[in-house]
Design a protein around this ligand. Structure first.
Ligand SMILES: [Zn+2]
Length: 411
């Protein structure tokens, strides 16, 4: 019995250590009381399989969005359009000039946020982001753009992954990324730097940022994945300002473990079902499908998206609300998003000022979050089998969504 409790304490200690970013060297501490420096496993995982690696010319993209458990998301479609020359865009913390034209985008968006955790545009550019912690993360005098805003701005203004990268890094240099991106948390607690995986049908870019500096590496073939830890030892592009070669302020062992795990899984899982398996993986601790761990981490996977970019130019999105292991991916054709997943208490509010979101019968996300179960994934076989022959894609998506609601007794 004694040996068992000693082992349990040891395992708990190991677990806690694996989730906590390693302590900062004394002279590098941002502020000791700053939970950015000491916080647990704020996470996410993003991965891509480029067309040479799928075998049929299709590009595949996936991301698990890990957030606080009440940070509900909607799947939204925003049309492309032209804008008057003096138009501006009001975001959570700042107002910026609007572009002359924006591309249509589809993305998974937190209830308080203008931006996306992950998304795709009409040109077939996809992107997902990660929270990272770096030496140069600084408290700035004014709040700027949160990572999710930068991500959507890249998709709205970039016709290729490379163009989106340029848009995002220009805006980052101009406005910075200081400001809470975590609902109910202050700027000091809820602000973080970001890394991104941006891809199109031809290539991918890994972008790592720290304050207003950045570096980016091109991935021309094969697969790539990122987690909550800077990994670029070398890069193709970077900001002009001085960059430290080692950004690692806190080494998130959890992020490193998950990055290794997703990259190992990508060795064999290179089709739609494989993407879903990666998103549901529990082998790492915490899993790529992340669950809250009392005391250690209050974060969990709250939504997951897979984007399929076949060579024919079509775009297919598979979205799961809540944790992938107790949810189900539903197919959406680009631009065909039924109201039932996109309209639920959405506003653009400073994260520090927003209230916790709470259960609503009218929210598809909340219904899945509260009533999802492991059996739901069986429905995916039906959804995959029926999607190509469905004449009306939006009607097919609605049918799938209703089938899910029926299954959890919410229809
Ligand atoms: Zn899970």
């Amino acid at each position: 019995m004694k040996r068992l409790s000693v082992s349990l304490v040891f395992v708990a200690l190991l677990l806690a250590l694996s989730l906590m970013p390693a302590a900062l060297p004394k002279d590098k501490q941002i502020t000791l009381e700053n939970p950015i420096a000491t916080g647990g496993a704020i996470s996410c995982d993003t991965w891509v399989v480029l067309k040479d690696a799928t075998g049929d010319g299709t590009t595949l993209f996936g991301k698990n969005s890990d957030r606080l458990p009440f940070d509900s998301q909607v799947l939204v479609y925003n049309e492309g359009r032209e804008w008057e020359s003096d138009s501006t865009l009001k975001l959570e913390y700042t107002e910026i000039p609007q572009a002359d034209r924006t591309y249509a985008t589809m993305g998974s968006s937190p209830y308080w946020c203008w931006g996306y955790e992950m998304g795709v545009n009409e040109m077939g550019v996809v992107a997902g982001n990660e929270a990272i912690y770096t030496k140069q993360h600084e408290i700035e005098p004014a709040r700027g753009l949160v990572g999710m805003d930068l991500l959507r701005l890249g998709l709205e203004r970039g016709a290729t992954a490379r163009e989106a990268l340029g848009v995002m890094t220009d805006l980052l240099e101009e406005y910075g990324q200081w400001g809470s991106a975590t609902p109910t948390k202050s700027d000091e607690e809820g602000s973080y730097d970001n890394s991104y995986l941006i891809a199109d049908r031809n290539e991918a870019w890994i972008l790592e940022t720290s304050g207003r500096s950045w570096r980016a590496k091109r991935v021309g073939n094969g697969t790539a994945s990122i987690s909550n830890v800077p990994t670029l030892g070398e890069w193709d592009l970077s900001s002009g300002n001085e960059i430290e070669t080692n950004w690692l302020n806190m080494i998130s062992i959890s992020g490193k473990t998950r990055e290794r795990r997703s990259s190992a899984l990508l060795g064999s899982k290179r089709d739609l079902e494989g993407m879903m398996e990666i998103a549901r993986d529990h082998r790492a601790i915490p899993g790529i499908c992340m669950h809250t761990i009392p005391v250690v981490s209050e974060w969990e996977t709250v939504a997951s998206m897979i984007v399929v970019l076949p060579a024919d130019g079509s775009i297919e999105v598979w979205w799961a609300a809540g944790r992938p292991c107790s949810s189900v991916y539903v197919p959406f054709s680009f631009g065909e998003v039924p109201d039932m997943v996109s309209k639920a208490g959405k506003s653009v509010t400073a994260a520090s000022k927003v209230e916790q979101d709470s259960f609503s019968e009218s929210s598809y996300w909340w219904l899945l979050h509260e009533r999802g179960n492991e059996g739901l994934k069986e429905l995916e076989k039906e959804f995959i089998a029926g999607k190509d022959s469905a004449k009306d894609k939006k009607e097919y998506t609605e049918r799938c969504l209703n089938r899910v609601l029926e299954e959890i007794g919410a229809a």
